[in-house]
Write a protein that binds this ligand. Structure first.
Ligand code: ATP
Ligand code: MG
Length: 234
């Protein structure tokens, strides 16, 4: 479904992503793991066209998307949940969810999906009228995921959904991610928490200094000595 070929991204002289190639099949959850500064966020930004790639290609559902305008990406069916979440702080929870559906005009479907988000995240239902900026970090993460799903994407790009959250909140968020995946969503999951990422995905790629150095089935990578030593603290 998503094919990234020889993707290269630089910030001035800094080569943040060096010619990486990977793919995500329809219905799969694929994890991209790696240390701080490895180039994970940059990869997601290049796919979602927030930054320009220097070289390489990205195809989504067979269509070249590397030159597409950033706002067109969401219409193609790709929804990004950015690092740091990016909810609209001065809008309510409900208004944020509605904003997520701006590319749609099926009123009944939107209402049904808002109920579906409330079922995934009962906490958001309780806080429907609260301003998003006053939500806790975990609640904002829930809202960011809910808002992304409201566009009815074909694929979800998640950047560090566990960042800064207490373990119990991380468990809740990942329970929903697994449920969304089980319902058929295609997911590219970026995570520092390698154990959680590998346990929640079918395949994974390991990034180091802008390059993919390892890849394989997540279950196998969990037992890989190099992965264990470098990312699982074992
Ligand atoms: N806007 C920018 N300008 C200059 N350099 C940048 C910019 N954004 C990122 N970088 C650099 O690119 C490299 C990759 O950063 P990136 O954010 O992609 O890493 P990451 O793997 O997501 O790390 P983390 O796990 O800390 O979020 C880093 O060396 C970073 O300093
Ligand atoms: Mg990052």
């Amino acid at each position: 479904m998503l094919e990234v070929t020889g993707l290269h991204v630089a910030y001035g002289g800094i080569q943040a992503v060096r010619s990486i190639t990977f793919h995500v099949n329809e219905g799969e959850t694929v994890a991209l793991i790696g240390a701080n500064g490895a180039g994970k966020t940059t990869t997601l930004k290049a796919i979602s066209r927030v930054v320009n790639a220097v070289g390489g290609d990205v195809h989504f559902c067979g269509e070249k998307i590397i030159g597409v305008a950033p706002h067109e990406i969401i219409r193609k069916g790709i929804a990004l949940v950015p690092e740091g979440r990016g909810v609209f702080p001065r809008l309510s929870v409900l208004e944020n969810l509605r904003m997520g559906a701006f590319v749609r005009d099926d009123k009944a479907g939107i209402a049904a999906d808002i109920d579906r988000m409330y079922a995934y995240f009962p906490r958001l239902k309780e806080r429907a009228d609260q301003l998003a900026g006053t939500l806790s970090g975990g609640e904002q993460q829930m809202l960011a995921i809910g808002r992304a799903l409201m566009s009815r994407p074909k694929m979800l790009l998640l950047d560090e959904p566990s960042m800064g959250l207490a373990p119990i909140m991380v468990q809740k968020i990942f329970e929903v991610i697994r449920n969304v995946a089980a319902a058929g969503m295609t997911i590219l999951l970026i995570e520092q928490n390698a154990k959680l990422a590998l346990e929640s995905s079918q395949r994974a790629y390991v990034m180091e200094s802008g390059e993919i150095t390892l890849n394989g089935e997540s279950a196998a990578l969990l037992h890989d000595p190099k992965v264990k030593a470098a990312y699982l603290g074992e």
